[in-house]
Design a protein around this ligand. Structure first.
Ligand code: ARG
Length: 454
């Protein structure tokens, strides 16, 4: 590939050192902004007609050539995507191409292209998150009656519906979607027309450019517009929280798929084997998701670290912004996609999960609540049930396996009605207030979730 010319050669007499030129180049990374930069360049050409710099006919010629550049294979190396496009434009339309850069700088140009790219990406990640929410709903409905132990401190705590677990992650992804929608508002502001840092002296109708490119507004301050990347940091932060959520989903399922838990099985489609141990079936997909979370946090921190303490306005440090944010976006999107595939390929071992939810005194709180219903203060009930649990542990029995006589040694006025309260069904059904895991409540939440998605 032949190198294309620099955009700034006039005041130089010497050539750049080759190693430095390579070091300075961002084309390998920012070529991904090609389409976005060309969209913005076409809008700029149109604005130059209004400013009296180009005729309508000239702007049309430039736009057509830019479209052709977007459609063609990359045919040369360059300092960055902006230099590449301008060089190709001059090759295509000659002297006229040299007029396009009137009233703009690569500083407002790159900020504009980056925002256009991130706007599309926020929408794409949102679509992918919705796809994963759909997979969660499907997994819940495939096993609508499944129950598993809920945990705190990774100790069995209280039984919950499998569908309740699924909807917990649905909620997290819902907030993630909101975060991208919110970040999108601040992404969707037009920097173009800020020029290098001070604004442009040409009569460019910035609001018309904003409208043409689908931005909500034109930026209000040129120094700020060319030099802040807070919109990208917000995007990366939203990615980080998606990855926190995905890593927890991954960890839950990795545990549940282990022989020790045995609550779920992942199909062969999303598992791998061991090169040495023939019996192994490993949850690599989930482990990779869990691992890649760290990588996205790194991207997020990299961007913040690049921006910290930079003087206004543009500094070349900021060229480092894109690699981190591209990686955060790509990694997050892929992980969300894979999570959906894992969920589609997941089976709950309902017997085993129900068995686990029925043993280990998960109904102890229920018993205390039952005693409260009979007039005992909760603190006393908690203490009494603690004693009954101890009795059970010493005799190797669950609470419902203790006789009424045995229970009466701790709670004198207890009667047979206690067994109904101790049943798994009753334990679940009683959690019927908003947000609880009762089957009725969860079914209603599933319907609400489906409605939200459609
Ligand atoms: N490749 C540069 C970047 O990504 C474009 C802006 C360059 N501006 C400049 N004045 N050197 O930041």
């Amino acid at each position: 590939m032949k190198g294309s010319g620099k955009l700034w050669g006039g005041r130089f007499t010497g050539d750049a050192n080759e190693a430095f030129a390579r070091f300075n180049s961002s084309f390998a990374v920012d070529r991904r902004l090609m389409d976005a930069d060309i969209r913005a360049s076409i809008a700029h050409a149109n604005a130059l007609v209004g400013a009296g710099v180009l005729t309508a006919n000239e702007a049309e010629k430039i736009s057509a050539a830019l479209d052709a550049i977007a459609a063609a294979e990359i045919s040369a190396d360059s300092e960055d995507v902006h230099s590449y496009i301008e060089h190709q434009l001059v090759e295509a339309v000659g002297e006229l191409g040299k007029k396009l850069h009137t009233g703009r700088s690569r500083n407002d140009q790159v900020a504009t292209a980056f925002r256009l790219w991130l706007r599309d990406e926020a929408d794409a990640i949102t679509r992918t998150l919705k796809r994963t929410q759909t997979a969660l709903i499907a997994a819940a409905e495939r096993h609508i009656d499944a129950v598993l132990p809920g945990y705190t401190h990774l100790q069995r705590a209280q039984p919950v519906l499998w569908a309740h677990w699924c909807l917990a992650y649905f909620e997290m992804f819902d907030r993630d979607i909101e975060r991208f929608a919110d970040a999108r508002k601040r992404i969707n502001v037009l920097p173009l027309g800020s020029a290098a840092l001070a604004g442009t002296s040409f009569n460019i109708d910035r609001e018309a450019v904003a409208k043409e490119l689908g931005f909500d507004a034109a930026s209000r301050n040129s120094l700020d517009a060319v030099s802040d990347r807070d919109f990208a940091a917000e995007f990366a932060a939203a990615c980080s929280l998606v990855m926190v959520h995905l890593s927890r989903l991954a960890e839950d399922l990795i545990l549940y798929a282990s022989q020790e838990f045995g609550f779920v099985e992942m199909s062969d489609a999303v598992s791998t084997g061991s090169s040495l141990m023939p019996q192994k079936k490993n949850p690599d997909a989930l482990e990779l998701i869990r691992g890649k979370a760290g990588r996205v946090f790194g991207d997020n921190l990299a961007l913040l670290s690049v921006m910290k303490g930079l003087p206004l306005a543009y500094n070349k440090d900021m060229q480092e912004d894109k690699e981190a944010v591209f990686d955060a976006a790509d990694t997050t999107r892929r992980c969300v996609e894979i999570a959906a595939i894992v969920l589609d390929n997941l089976t709950v071992n309902e017997d085993r999960a129900r068995q686990a939810a029925s043993t280990g005194y998960l109904n102890a709180t229920e018993l205390a609540d039952h005693l409260v219903g009979r007039g005992m203060p909760f603190r006393d009930a908690h203490d009494a049930v603690g004693k009954l649990v101890l009795m059970g542990i010493e005799n190797g029995r669950e609470l419902h396996e203790l006789s009424v006589e045995e229970m009466r040694t701790v709670v004198p006025d207890i009667d047979d009605s206690v067994y109904e309260a101790l049943s798994l069904q009753a334990t679940l059904a009683s959690k019927s207030s908003i947000g609880g895991t009762s089957p009725g409540r969860v079914r209603a939440e599933l319907e609400a979730a489906k409605k939200k998605l459609s």
